[in-house]
Ligand binder design. Structure first.
Ligand code: FES
Ligand code: FES
Length: 175
């Protein structure tokens, strides 16, 4: 019977697991269902709703965060897979441009957003990309690096310019 074969899977998915993560510099400890996606943990348990859900099928990138310095789509990971990790969400971005990071300021200066729905994920993906490629990042590297982040409004041109702006305005090293 199919019920007999699916029951153990359902039981495993609803099992409670401990998840400890550091998010934007603050440690949090929770017990969640094993099936909880990282994006839902971030939004529902940590109340950080700047991380958006656009598709839930790993296509749009609206849910992108940095996990241990690398951009990841948080709808593609279980919360428990991030256990022990260091996460930065869009709420954790800040810097010397009136409190904004260079990437945020680039989007402001170059009109890299319209409705803003994709913007948190775009900012996090672009931040990870610039970290990885450095200030000499090329337009092609920007376009290829942001391929997994969809924007229905801007046509991408202003987003590419925004990332270039950030690359040309490196933030001074801090701690
Ligand atoms: Fe994660 Fe769309 S919500 S990729
Ligand atoms: Fe509207 Fe990108 S600014 S989806």
């Amino acid at each position: 019977m199919s019920d007999d074969t699916t029951a153990p899977i359902a039981a495993a998915a609803s099992r409670q697991v401990a998840v400890s993560v550091t998010v934007n510099g603050r440690r949090s400890d929770h017990t969640v269902a094993a099936r909880t996606l990282l994006v839902h943990h971030i939004r529902d348990n940590l109340q950080l709703t700047g991380t958006h859900v656009g598709c839930d099928t790993s296509n749009c990138g609206a849910c992108t965060v940095l996990l241990d310095g690398e951009s990841v789509k948080s709808c593609t990971l279980l919360a428990v897979q991030a256990d022990g990790g260091d996460i930065t969400t869009v709420e954790g971005l800040s810097g010397p441009f009136d409190g904004f990071s260079a990437m945020q300021e680039g989007f402001r200066q170059c009109h890299g957003l319209q409705c803003g729905y994709c913007t948190p994920g775009m900012l996090m993906a672009a931040t990870g990309l610039l970290e990885e490629n450095g200030p000499d990042i090329t337009e092609r590297e920007i376009r290829e690096g942001l391929e997994g982040n969809l924007c229905r409004c801007t046509g991408y041109e202003m987003i590419v310019r925004s990332v270039r702006w950030a690359a040309e305005h490196p933030e001074p090293d801090d701690s």
